[in-house]
Design a protein around this ligand. Structure first.
Ligand code: MSP
Length: 539
């Protein structure tokens, strides 16, 4: 958690921009699919910080339920020991490695969570939103989800039914449970979706939810009595709370619900819940209904990302590519990794990872278009002006076009990344600008102008190089949320800190103000931003 304390927003009262990831099951180590959602949330929240907004970014781990319990048993340790080990050895280190700047990390076994969860369900019980009944039906432990018979696939025998996601047999549950009156919320939910057309995104996800809720909702079984790895129901401790009902509450327990009213008022309702499309119903149906029952406001948006696929199936524990996030970062670097998945796959649609595609984008977009531009400009300022950035003596139409290009790229990226979560579209706009600056240098040919020693020639050269450096100043700010280390290297190479302060302190609002980078800034060649790739490691 790189930036925990810098971005703390405690104490203020204006609403913060609050983004959450799903909390991940710790039955195994994180894979590319988990990292995909977490990086997206990090870019989104860094973008909003760059706007100068108060931001709160939450991630964490989902530690209760049968799946975790069985994994721990199979490994001969207690569930708590298993969770502690995985969180400390696998999950937190990966987020740190990927430079995820989350403000908090919630674990559902923490008392700050379990105490509040008990209060929340007790409140629903007292309001008669929960009643006792009997459940019998299929259950998939992989999904931790009660299934409808119609959703299942046929198995090897006549009696065997398979989960459509995990392709593994479901289990038949027959036990006394407590139920939440979900069925009462269908009409209220439909009314809410109609009044808030942006609540579920993208449109395909919204339609799926509408179709589901338009059919009659069934009451939801919210407790289990045949195992004990969960939060006990306060009024009947023989039962533990169904893991999803426990997990969803992380979004409020971490935000100060029931413990810190001032902070809760500042953070809740969340601005965006990021979820994979596999867990959309939990977030867009069950969670809003639970909040309605408790009398709490609903989150502003639930945005579903598509799946990273392997061989036509959702990448999961059982069908991994055999490639871990760190295999890719050790070859391409962390920043290229953060860039690649968001640039290559339109957010909300499924996509596949390919080593060849990653290599092609690294080479053409990052190393050639962007990295070379940065090093060429720095080299020329070094060679022709001893590293002291000259003032733009006589800017003309060509320079105005670059200034306009920056303003357009910035406005487009701000809308697409900051509002629409169209990361691919926003990055395309930024890299369009990078191409424009390359085209400008190709046309202006500063290396030829440099041969003209006259006052006019020197003035022209100064104008061209100032323009290119100033364009890079804007690019560094726009790319900072996506590739923070690279942007920092560029900022250092431009000598921008002396005149403009830290990169993190630059705001989106002022970035298109042309001429911010002071003449006289000390430009140095610095590190190569995207070094030539080694041979692909043998797999
Ligand atoms: N613990 C629940 C979530 C509870 S939230 C209150 C859970 N955990 S999970 O470990 O299975 O992670 C689910 C999330 O990881 C998905 O919703 C998605 O955000 C991300 N992804 C996991 N596999 C993925 C892909 N193959 N592709 C893209 N995202 C994926 O469900």
């Amino acid at each position: 958690m790189a930036a925990t304390s810098d971005h703390s927003t405690t104490g203020a009262t204006a609403p913060a921009y609050y983004v959450s990831t799903p909390i991940y099951y710790v039955n195994d180590r994180p894979h590319l699919g988990h990292a995909y959602t977490t990086v997206a949330g990090d870019v989104l929240t860094r973008w909003h910080r760059q706007r100068g907004e108060k931001v709160w970014y939450l991630t964490g781990t989902d530690e209760h339920g049968q799946k975790i319990m069985r994994t721990a048993e199979a490994n001969g340790v207690s569930p708590q020991e298993w969770c502690d080990k995985l969180v400390e050895e696998a999950w937190k280190p990966l987020w740190e490695h990927l430079e995820i700047a989350n403000d908090d990390f919630i674990r559902t076994t923490q008392q700050r969570h379990t105490d509040r969860v008990q209060e929340f369900v007790q409140d629903l019980y007292d309001k008669d939103e929960i009643y006792k009944g009997g459940y019998s039906g299929p259950y998939c432990v992989g999904c931790e989800e009660f299934k409808l018979p119609a959703e299942l696939l046929d198995g090897a025998t006549e009696d065997e039914k398979l989960c459509a996601v995990h392709k593994r047999p479901v289990e038949w549950l027959e036990e006394e449970n407590y139920f939440f009156r979900l069925s009462a919320y269908g009409p209220k939910l439909l009314e809410f979706y109609a009044a808030n057309p942006d609540f579920i995104q993208p449109a395909s996800a919204r339609n799926e939810v509408l179709r589901f809720v338009e059919q009659d909702l069934k009451d939801l079984s919210i407790s289990r009595s045949t195992f004990n790895w969960g939060v006990p129901l306060p009024w009947d401790e023989k039962h533990v709370l169904y893991v999803w009902v426990d997990a969803l509450q992380n979004y409020i327990t971490a935000a100060g619900y029931g413990s810190d009213p001032e902070r809760f008022a500042e953070l809740w309702p969340a601005s965006v819940h990021l979820v994979g499309k596999d867990i959309l119903r939990f977030h867009a149906v069950i969670w809003p209904a639970m909040l309605m029952a408790a009398g709490l406001p609903l989150p502003k948006r639930v945005v579903a990302n598509g799946w990273l696929m392997v061989g036509g199936e959702k990448m999961s524990k059982s069908n991994l590519t055999g490639i871990s996030p760190t295999d890719l970062t050790s070859h391409f670097g962390v920043d290229a990794y953060r860039y690649y998945f968001l640039r290559a796959i339109p957010f909300g649609t499924d996509g596949s990872f390919s080593w060849e595609d990653f290599t092609a984008r690294y080479t053409s977009e990052l190393a050639n278009d962007f990295g070379n531009l940065a090093s060429r400009v720095a080299a020329m300022v070094g060679k022709y002006f001893d590293g002291a950035l000259p003032a733009a003596a006589a800017p003309g139409d060509a320079e105005q076009a670059i200034a306009d290009g920056l303003a357009t790229a910035l406005a487009t990226a701000d809308r697409k990344i900051g509002e629409e979560l169209d990361f691919a579209g926003g990055l395309a706009a930024i890299f369009e600008f990078v191409k424009q600056v390359n085209g400008y240098l190709t046309e202006q040919e500063p290396w030829k102008v440099a041969k003209d020693d006259s006052e006019q020639g020197r003035a022209r050269l100064a104008t061209i190089l100032y323009t290119a450096a100033e364009a890079l100043r804007g690019t560094a700010v726009m790319l900072n949320p996506v590739m923070p280390s690279t942007a920092e290297k560029l900022w250092t190479s431009l000598g921008a800190e002396a005149g403009l302060g830290a990169l993190a302190a630059q705001t989106i609002a002022t970035t298109a103000d042309w001429g911010r980078l002071p003449a006289g800034s000390t430009v140095t060649k610095g590190e190569i931003l995207f070094p030539r790739l080694e041979e692909k490691p043998a797999s």
